[in-house]
Design a protein around this ligand. Structure first.
Ligand code: GTP
Length: 338
């Protein structure tokens, strides 16, 4: 009788995994946001629903300050966890955003998906300038789907064609765009939206977070070795549904075996019939990104929330600032001395 397959429950992280991907246009984009923020009335922050914690960029907290904000978890179609897991995780995710005006889980590639967001903006986004136009800035990590969301909102809101360029690789938007109209409100005022370049963080101390961001496409595919990325994907697939790759290979923890079989069966062979393992690894990752190999959370949201809280409390920054008893005492002391 065949022995039962046991998936790995820990992924071996190599020290050689790069931890940074902070490019010139990320830095410039962040600077531009800082300059622009005073003339912006509202912020939409996009995060990838598969990595709801890992795709938070704490640097936005510093830049965006207290601007009224709604959070959009993008690429909802790429999750097909069972309803119970999804509901529980959505509740956990919402806890992250207690200060947000609203939270949405959206598939921007579906038509009409922007409707609830537009309804929210219609009633909630106020213009602070004399012209009565409201400016909304969209921010997020690279490739989370900001420009796609903008196009959907524009199409739904003012029935106009695509205005922002989109693409499967990060870094398609490199400069802050010009304002794009997405809504005419009954009171005669309009809502305009600004696209911004995706911004990464300067250094990711946790190598596993880097792998998650890379797997979701926030990092260029040349940064992490394709076989490492495919191995990390295999680790997650095995914990969720190993039968998604049964047409190529039996359940395995050996990425080289899977890639070898995949390369042979999909014709990825070089001279002398040698399988092109790197290309096989990239193709496998792309299949997952296209939703063909199951959709699941990469973040263990409960564990990530705890890790995030611990890190940010230690640094005294970000989402959890002011929330610990020690911080509350410090804030009370600060308030007394000012
Ligand atoms: N399946 C799926 N794909 C999406 C969705 N939203 C965006 N995408 C895809 O994700 C990729 C990145 O989308 P963009 O809108 O270009 O992302 P961006 O955040 O503007 O990227 P940068 O230019 O790096 O800032 C594209 O291939 C989109 O088609 C979604 O809801 N579902």
């Amino acid at each position: 009788m065949a022995s039962k397959f046991i998936p790995r429950n820990v992924f071996p992280l190599s020290e050689s995994i790069p931890r940074s991907y902070f490019l010139g246009h990320h830095k410039a984009g962040l600077e531009k946001m800082k300059k622009k923020i005073d003339s912006v009335d509202y912020v939409i922050e996009c995060r990838d629903v598969r990595i709801p914690v890992t795709s938070i960029n704490p640097m936005f907290e510093e830049v965006l300050g207290g601007k009224r904000r709604l959070i959009v978890y993008t690429k909802r179609d790429l999750l097909n966890s069972n309803d119970n897991i999804l509901r529980k995780n959505k509740e956990r995710v919402r806890k992250l955003d207690s200060k947000a005006a609203a939270v949405f889980f959206t598939t921007s590639t579906f038509s009409h998906s922007g409707k609830p967001i537009l309804e929210q903006l219609k009633s909630d986004a106020r213009a602070t300038n004399n012209l009565g136009t409201c400016q909304v800035m969209v921010v997020g990590m690279p490739n989370v789907g900001k420009s796609t969301l903008i196009n959907t909102l524009r199409n739904e809101g003012v029935h106009k064609a695509k205005a922002a360029q989109t693409g499967a690789q990060p870094g398609i938007t490199r400069k802050m765009g010009t304002p794009i109209k997405i809504l005419d409100r009954p009171n005669g005022s309009s809502v305009y939206i600004l696209d911004t370049p995706g911004v990464f963080v300067p250094y990711i101390p946790d190598a596993e977070r880097m792998l998650k961001l890379a797997l979701c496409g926030c990092v260029k595919d040349t940064i992490i070795a394709p076989v490492t990325l495919a191995d990390y994907l295999l680790y997650h697939i095995n914990q969720n549904k190993p039968d998604v790759y049964e047409k190529w290979c039996e359940p395995t923890n050996d990425v080289n075996l899977l890639l070898d079989r995949f390369a042979h069966q999909t014709g990825l062979l070089g001279k002398g019939g040698i399988p092109n393992i790197d290309q096989a690894a990239l193709n496998l990752v792309q299949k997952w990104r296209a939703g063909e190999l199951g959709g699941f959370f990469l973040d263990d949201i409960r564990a990530e929330l705890k890790k995030e809280r611990d890190t940010q409390n230690a640094l005294g920054i970000g989402l959890y600032k002011n929330k610990t008893p020690a911080n509350k005492r410090k804030n009370a002391r600060d308030a007394q001395t000012t």
